[in-house]
Write a protein that binds this ligand. Structure first.
Ligand code: ZN
Length: 80
């Protein structure tokens, strides 16, 4: 194998006439950007005829003002 060209004349030559060699292959791999999905859970209440307030419930996995879903938790854990 010859040495890599540092020839100052290369840029002035007719490149179409020179043979081309495959020297190396390089790959890159990536994943598409993650787009967060937000779901708003609205908890409503109704007053009973006796005046007490009956309050609805959020799904059991929605524990606070903001909760993280199982897919997001799994992604964070697997990237530690
Ligand atoms: Zn009541």
């Amino acid at each position: 194998m010859g040495k890599e060209s540092t020839c100052k004349n290369f840029k002035n030559q007719q490149k179409q006439e020179l043979p081309e060699l495959l020297l190396e292959e390089r790959w890159s791999i990536d994943i598409p950007p993650v787009i967060p999905q937000l779901t708003k859970h609205r908890i409503v209440g109704k007053y009973c005829s006796c005046g007490c307030l009956a309050k609805g419930q959020a799904p059991s996995h929605v524990k606070g003002f903001v909760s993280y879903g199982s897919h997001l938790k799994a992604t964070v854990i697997s990237n530690r």
